[in-house]
Design a protein around this ligand. Sequence first.
Ligand SMILES: Cc1ncc(COP(=O)(O)O)c(C=O)c1O
Length: 391
Amino acid sequence: MRRASERLSRIPPSATLGISARARELRAQGIDVVSFGAGEPDFATPEHVVAAAARACHDPENHKYTASAGLRPLREAIAEDAGRYSAVEVDWSEVMVTNGAKQAVFQAFAALIDPGDEVLLPSPHWVTYPAGIELAGGITVSVPTRIEDEFKVTVESLERARTDRTKLLVFVSPSNPTVAVYTAEEARAIGEWALANDVWVLADEIYQRLTYFTGVAPSIAAVTPRLENWVLVNGVAKTYSMTGWRVGWMVGPSDIIEAANSHQSHATGNVNNVAQHAALSALRGPQETVEEMRQAFDTRRKLMLSLVEDIPGVRCVEPQGAFYVFPDVTDAMRGRWKKTDALATAILEEAGVALVSGESFGAPGFLRLSYATGEPEIERGMARIREFLAV
Ligand SMILES: Cc1ncc(COP(=O)(O)O)c(C=O)c1O
């Protein structure tokens, strides 16, 4: 009899976390590694958030469980945030706090998908979605996009992929890894198509405020005044440099939140009470650091893009949001590596730069480089890659 279940054996480990772990291992051996792998801001969490957490820690009230859907003041703050940034009216009861946006993605799939349901996934896509769809018993239907179209799906491409079994569309803007941001018109057209065809939308808005041209990324939920067939996923990780605190959330119609909350009440109970207080302070407190970090990322974005474009044989769209570049390196590989998986491993082991291969995102021929690191590191790492590819 097999040891690990058949279901879990089909799920590969997260490639992005795998790269970070290998980079840490090499560093522990004294090897100098530049990290473009991790999808996490390198800034410290804002001081007022840390102070709020320290205060919360000293109050024995916060040493206890919370309601499984989260602290009510935090759910209220999240509901207000959804109104402010996603332009949709949300009641606090339509919010569930989760262990990071990652868990919200899993909870949303679990709450919406029945076995055999089809989920439209614009591709290239973040590594976690297919795993969540598979575990919920759904079938991933990739909707391919092209670099020439800035990696965006359209109503036409979605309609071609839709069948009677289509339950859900995963809509990510800004996207990881493609860094595409949909305009308000594009988001609206897709939202109206979803509504008209009774397709649910899981909108992952984790990079919503990290954009470089549009202000806050237009939300697909803005199509209707109230939550209709939208489930919004977001969190404090990227906006407030709080990846390790593990606070995210899922916003959706109350019946879906109730279903997800029953699941969560058994699976994790609740999110760390103190971390919820920290998240509340992030949402309610001063917002200047959000803009300061965005500006720092913008400077790094320009630097990284110019250095990537400088490498012969590399094609890259200008990143509109998040903190990645996603170049097509097919020509630069000149047949020397069969897959970008092999190229990424060689760059890490031989040139000492951690980055993620396109295969992990359903995009062979591409690499994802994160510029959530200082400018000297960006220059050092890019010089190494350039030299490595030139040989
Ligand atoms: C598109 C997207 N959604 C969700 C997450 C997960 O965020 P969290 O750290 O809150 O789980 C990430 C993290 O890389 C991401 O890129």
